[in-house]
Design a protein. Structure first.
Lengths: 112, 115
């Protein structure tokens, strides 16, 4: 069945780059997403990448997609304390309606 | 743009009562809305897919008679938790898909506590 896996925790120093990794199983996924969730809040769409792309950059965020290995990563440059949150990777399922399957989330802790 | 709201943001109810949660897309029409449930420190679990004007599609293991979903307009979907029990206490999050269908925007969530 469909499955999305992420490492659960990442700790980085302020100003360094953060790289959050994700693997997925459905090779027919059309879009892959990164969402950010702060405590007690809903999910904020950070960025997404279409499955025929290898890379997408949006300001401090860079998404890399290795479709062969079904591996997705999110790089946050110059990580700030405000980036501390849980980051969810999600894949869209084929068959319409944009149904998403989420990973367990990676908790990013940024320390001075 | 692409703002989704939920009401209420938190609710406490007694066991056996019903609770309605509203999800609204504020600045776009959402033909499809989704309802998720999130337990503490866990990921989101999709409960159902709601399409305007038709019956919701429930995920396996989700009781449709307990979690009633109504999507009466292109900007409003409601989730009613009927005869709530303490095990229904959770964080309920809705999302809506933009007209192009590939961006999904989430509401701020509703924390339900059943005593």
């Amino acid at each position: 069945g469909e499955d999305v896996e992420q490492s659960l925790f990442l700790s980085v120093r302020e100003g360094d780059s953060s790289v959050i990794n994700c693997t997925y199983t459905d090779s027919s996924s059309t879009y892959l997403y990164w969402y950010k969730q702060e405590p007690g809040a809903g999910l904020q769409l950070l960025t997404y990448i279409f499955s025929n792309m290898d890379m997408k950059q949006d300001q401090r965020l860079t998404v890399l997609l290795n479709k062969k290995d079904k591996h997705l990563s999110l790089r946050i440059a110059d990580t700030q304390t405000g980036d501390s949150a849980i980051y969810f990777c999600a894949e869209s399922m084929s068959g319409g309606y944009n149904k998403l399957i989420f990973g367990a989330g990676t908790r990013l802790a940024v320390h001075p | 743009g692409a703002v989704v709201s939920q009401h209420p943001s938190w609710v406490i109810c007694k066991s056996g009562t019903s609770v309605k949660i509203e999800c609204r897309s504020l600045d776009f029409q959402a033909t499809t809305m989704f309802w998720y449930r999130q337990f503490p420190k866990q990921s989101l679990m999709l409960m159902a897919t709601s399409n305007e004007g038709s019956k919701a599609t429930y995920e396996q293991g989700v009781e449709k008679d307990k979690f009633l979903i109504n999507h009466a307009s292109l900007t409003l979907s409601t989730l009613t938790v009927t005869s709530a029990h303490p095990e229904d206490s959770s964080f309920y999050i809705c999302s809506a898909t933009n007209p192009q269908g590939y961006e999904q925007y989430f509401g701020p969530g509703t924390r339900l506590t059943v005593t």
